[in-house]
Design a binder for this molecule. Structure first.
Ligand code: SAM
Length: 264
């Protein structure tokens, strides 16, 4: 199964703190109007899905992490929403419906192998109606200067990194505090695969009450590889936009957004 860190305390962090971002309005424009029904692949705890449902859009969700899906379902139920949510890895996607739009935000390449990613694109193709649209974003491997400098062999010998002494710490709505620390442990330039580790802590009234560690692998893609993979999966009319805007992608954009059509 895909190796991701979106479980336990990390899933709770997502549910508690990850609720906004420019991606919400960006992906929404593809769903509104005749982009429905839509499927949010790797919907996580519903950062995009819940605002869309609130706005009356017809959207289902799926994610490989049962913890993320269960927190998404709880959050939806608090608003008396009951979306169709599936626990499925994207390369095993097998929803009961077909969609006008499938979108993948912040997840393509996470936890999976390159072969699984190739199969996932084919699954997206099969799960779209003819004429339907796939919208998929990917952070380019050179977006993060620290990580990009780790590609040469001398720098790779320095891995694994030491754990950072301090992590990102935030107070949740019930007063408890969550802290996350991440480090790179390996980078394979042939397979274009980065392995990260996450250490998560839960604190109550100044006492550490839980700590967990997870690993996440990421397949790193450049623009032209993804264009070839999309073409191989059967998609046509692929455009590439930059950073969740309508601009054509340039080398200065950190995120590439691929918009692809299943021929009608
Ligand atoms: C960075 S989060 C993004 C969640 C959501 N799309 C958002 O933007 O808020 C990545 C999500 O992808 C899910 N995920 C990672 N690998 C996956 C895979 N191979 N198949 C399906 N979901 C996956 C994780 O469980 C997690 O919920």
């Amino acid at each position: 199964m895909p190796q991701t860190w979106h479980y336990g305390l990390v899933a709770r962090w997502w549910a508690e703190f990850n609720e906004d971002g420019p991606e919400i309005a960006y992906f929404r424009q593809f769903v509104e109007g005749d982009g429905q029904p839509a499927l949010d692949v790797a919907c996580g705890t519903g950062r995009l899905l819940l605002p869309y449902l609130r706005a009356g859009l017809d959207v289902d969700g799926c994610d490989v992490s049962a913890d993320m899906i269960s927190l998404c379902r709880e959050k939806a139920a608090r608003e008396e929403l009951s979306p169709t949510l599936l626990v499925q890895a994207m390369h095993e996607l097998d929803p009961p419906s077909r969609y006008r739009t499938i979108f993948v935000c912040g997840a393509f390449g996470l936890g999976s192998t390159r072969e699984q990613d190739r199969v996932a694109l084919r699954r997206f193709y099969e799960c779209l109606e003819p004429g339907g649209t796939l919208v998929l974003d990917h952070e380019v491997p050179y977006a993060n200067a620290t990580r990009w400098r780790q590609w040469p062999k001398d720098a790779r010998r320095e891995l694994p990194e030491a754990w950072p002494p301090l992590g990102e710490r935030r107070r949740a709505s019930d007063g408890s505090e969550y802290e996350l620390r991440a480090r790179a442990v390996a980078l394979d330039p042939l397979d274009q695969r980065l392995t990260l580790e996450m250490h998560a802590e839960l604190w109550r009234e100044g006492r550490l009450v839980a700590e967990e560690e997870y690993e996440l692998t990421m397949c790193l893609y450049l623009r032209n590889e993804l264009l070839l993979l999309l073409e191989q999966a059967g998609f046509a009319d692929v455009t590439v936009r930059g950073d969740h805007t309508d601009e054509e992608a340039t080398g200065d954009h950190d995120f590439l957004v691929f918009v692809a059509t299943k021929p009608g």
